[in-house]
Design a protein around this ligand. Structure first.
Ligand code: CDP
Ligand code: CDP
Length: 214
């Protein structure tokens, strides 16, 4: 079973994808980490993330980089959304994600374009959303916990800028696949959101394929 989980920043898709992977005993890939790794390479080499050639030169990284705590910074997320708009960067990371999705037994992947580009034939697609204000509050709480002192207004502005960039780019923009189930986590606890996700997976995985596009 391939489960695709997409949505904007801090919608809760990573939490849900991890919980689904645990529940079904499937491997999980947070595809945002790949773009964050490219961003970290660009930052460390002092390259220009707006230049496609600079970003492409940063796409060849070892798996060990995916465990680097610096990937989680706000800066890495912001630069990730700049480098991820380059078509050649997306192409360079495509096979790695497809191989992960197509491994025997299945997988859970979360990101922006899993249901639309990476695994358009996924058995189950979820599109997770929450209001920008609630997502900013969640991200702000995380940053404070990690000792990063930024204002809520700044986090909200960053979230809006990132939403805008991710949805407007021409290559694999952030959008809900036609056959994805929508899960709004704005007013759900983590436990309630995960329960809802599991019940969506159960009902959608049980339906015949021709009904999946309803
Ligand atoms: O965790 P958060 O939602 O803040 O971000 P992320 O999932 O780590 O992704 C960082 C950036 O990578 C996003 O803003 C997107 O621009 C990009 N990304 C993408 O383009 N496609 C994906 N499948 C995953 C991430
Ligand atoms: O992966 P994505 O950026 O979409 O979000 P996440 O990392 O799963 O969740 C962002 C933050 O919101 C985390 O601190 C979660 O614990 C929190 N969260 C929440 O408060 N309520 C939910 N229903 C889901 C996530």
């Amino acid at each position: 079973m391939i489960i695709a989980v997409d949505g904007p920043a801090a919608s809760g898709k990573g939490t849900i994808a991890r919980a689904l992977a645990r529940h079904y005993g499937l491997p999980h890939l947070d595809t945002g980490l790949l773009y964050r790794a490219v961003a970290l390479n660009v930052l460390r080499e002092e390259l220009d993330p707006e230049r496609e050639a600079d970003a492409v030169a940063s796409c060849d990284f070892p798996d060990s980089l995916l465990a680097d705590p610096q990937l989680r910074t706000d800066e890495a997320g912001r630069v990730a959304s700049v480098v991820s708009a380059h078509p050649l960067v997306r192409a360079a990371l495509l096979q790695r994600q497809r191989r992960f999705a197509q491994q025997p037994g299945g997988a859970v992947l979360d990101g922006r374009d899993i249901g639309t580009v990476i695994a358009p034939d996924a058995d189950v697609k979820l599109f997770v959303k929450a209001t920008p204000t609630i997502r900013a509050q969640r991200r702000h709480a995380e940053l404070r916990k990690a000792g990063q002192n930024v204002s809520l207004d700044r986090v909200l502005a960053d979230i809006r800028a990132r939403d805008d960039r991710d949805a407007r780019r021409s290559e694999a923009p952030l959008r809900q696949a036609a056959d994805a189930a929508l899960l709004d986590t704005s007013f759900l606890s983590i436990e309630a959101a995960v329960q809802r996700a599991i019940s969506l997976v159960e009902t959608r995985a049980a339906r015949p394929r021709e009904q999946a596009g309803e």
